[in-house]
Design a protein around this ligand. Structure first.
Ligand SMILES: NC(=O)c1ccc[n+]([C@@H]2O[C@H](COP(=O)([O-])OP(=O)(O)OC[C@H]3O[C@@H](n4cnc5c(N)ncnc54)[C@H](O)[C@@H]3O)[C@@H](O)[C@H]2O)c1
Length: 353
C-alpha cells in the first residue's frame, strides 16, 4: 500500500479473550510523541481499518504541527461495534499495548470512544489524554473544537469582508451535534443569523429550545443552496463534493467536520469559484489542543488561549495561499510540512552525554 511506506510504525494488537483487535499507526514523531484518538468502528475488513488508520494518523501529524503542538501524528482503530463489543478487559488490554510503545503514542477519544473509556485505558498506562474531568482530564473536546472553528471563521470573515465580526452574516451550520450546537451558541452571541440542518430531530430541537430564532432547513442540499454567507460543515466527512461546490452560494466554507473535501481537486474548484475554504484540520484543531493540554496537567484557560491562536494561523494560511497562488488547503499542508521539517530537524543537534 502506497501510504504505508511513509509511516514510522504500524502495530497490530490482539487479545482474543476480550475481543480486542486494534491497529495503532504512528505517522511521524518529528515534533514529539504521536497523539491521536482511538476510533472504535465496525469496519467491514481489516484492510478497510488499516486504510482508515493510515489516513487518519497522517492527518493528525499535519493538524498537530499547525496547532503549534510538540506532538507527532498517530491514530488507532479498534475493530468492532462499540455498543456491542466494548468491555473493561478489552480497553485495559488495549491500554497495555499502548504502554508497550513506551510513550511513542498517546491516545484520546474519537468516534465510538468516550472520556470514560480513556479513564479505563489510564488504569494501564499514563499515555492517554481526554479522560474525564473527575480524573484530572480535559473532558469533552468539542468545547474548544467549536471555539477554534469560530476563531477560524472570524479570520475568514476578516479576510473576505474586512471585519472579523459575524454580526448580520447568515451562517449555515450542517450538523448540530457536540461541535455544531456549541458553534451555534458562539455565532448567535456574535450576532449572526443562523440556519441549521441535522438528520436528528432531537439535535435540531435542542438548538431550537436554546435559540428559537434559528432557522431550520430540511437537509444539506437545501442548506448549501440557501442564501448564506458562510457554510459550516459540522457533520460527517466528504461534505464538499463537485455538486455541492457548484450549488454553494456562500463566500466562506469553515466548519468542524474532518475530511471535508470529498476528493483531491475540490479545493481548487472552490478557489476557482471565489469561495474561501478554511482548511478543516486547521480550524478544528481546538479539540486536540484541549486534550494535549492534559499532558502537563489540564488548565482550561491555558488551552483556550492556545486555541485562540487558530485565528492568526488561519489568517497566515490565507496570506500564504495568496502569495504562492495556491488554494488555502495546499498552503496549510506546506506550512505544516515546513514546521515538521524545520523544528523536527533540531533533534539532530547532539546534546552530549
Ligand atoms: N468532537 C470533537 O472534538 C471534534 C474534533 C475535531 C473534529 N471533529 C469532527 O467534527 C464533526 C462533528 O463531530 P461531533 O463530535 O459534533 O459529532 P456528533 O456525532 O456529536 O455530531 C454530528 C451531528 O451531525 C448530524 N448528522 C449526521 N449526518 C448528517 C447529515 N447528512 N446532515 C446533517 N446532519 C447530519 C448528526 O445527527 C449529529 O447531530 C465530525 O466530522 C468530527 O470528526 C470533532
Amino acid at each position: 500500500m502506497s501510504g504505508q511506506a511513509k509511516h514510522e510504525q504500524v502495530v497490530f494488537c490482539s487479545d482474543e479473550r476480550s475481543g480486542l483487535y486494534a491497529i495503532i499507526a504512528i505517522y511521524n514523531t518529528a515534533l514529539g510523541p504521536a497523539l491521536g484518538g482511538t476510533r472504535f468502528y465496525p469496519y467491514e475488513s481489516e484492510q478497510a481499518a488499516l486504510a482508515d488508520v493510515l489516513n487518519l494518523s497522517r492527518a493528525m501529524a499535519y493538524k498537530n504541527a499547525l496547532a503549534g503542538l510538540d506532538l507527532g501524528g498517530g491514530k488507532a482503530v479498534i475493530i468492532g461495534d462499540p455498543d456491542r463489543d466494548k468491555n473493561e478487559a478489552m480497553l485495559r488490554a488495549y491500554g497495555r499495548f499502548i504502554h508497550s510503545l513506551g510513550g511513542r503514542y498517546l491516545t484520546a477519544c474519537d468516534v465510538g470512544t468516550y472520556s470514560e473509556d480513556m479513564d479505563l485505558v489510564a488504569r494501564e498506562t499514563p499515555y492517554v489524554t481526554g479522560r474525564t474531568v473527575a480524573h484530572g482530564g480535559a473532558g469533552d473536546s468539542s468545547i474548544l473544537t467549536a471555539f477554534g472553528v469560530f476563531q477560524g471563521m472570524r479570520a475568514a470573515a476578516e479576510h473576505s469582508f474586512g471585519t472579523p465580526s459575524l454580526r448580520g452574516r447568515r451562517v449555515g451550520v450542517e450538523g448540530v451535534g457536540k461541535v455544531g450546537h456549541r458553534l451555534v451558541d458562539l455565532l448567535v452571541e456574535d450576532g449572526a443569523e443562523v440556519v441549521i440542518c441535522d438528520v436528528s430531530e432531537q439535535a435540531v430541537e435542542r438548538v431550537r429550545q436554546r435559540h428559537p430564532q434559528v432557522e431550520v432547513v430540511a437537509d444539506q442540499v437545501e442548506l448549501t443552496g440557501a442564501d448564506i454567507d458562510v457554510y459550516a460543515p459540522c457533520a460527517l466527512g466528504g461534505a464538499l463534493d463537485d455538486d455541492t461546490v457548484l450549488r454553494l452560494r456562500a463566500t466562506i466554507v469553515c466548519g468542524g467536520a474532518n475530511n471535508q473535501l470529498a476528493h483531491p481537486g475540490v479545493e481548487k474548484r472552490l478557489a476557482d469559484r471565489g469561495i474561501l475554504y478554511a482548511p478543516d484540520y486547521v480550524v478544528n484543531s481546538g479539540g486536540v489542543i484541549q486534550v494535549a493540554d492534559e499532558i502537563g496537567g489540564f488548565d482550561m484557560d491555558r488551552a483556550r488561549a492556545k486555541a485562540t491562536k487558530i485565528y492568526a494561523t488561519t489568517l497566515k494560511i490565507f496570506a500564504t495561499a495568496a502569495e504562492d497562488g495556491v488554494p488555502p488547503a495546499v498552503a496549510a499542508d506546506r506550512l505544516a510540512e515546513r514546521r515538521m521539517s524545520e523544528v523536527g530537524r533540531i533533534r539532530g543537534i547532539w546534546l552530549g552525554r
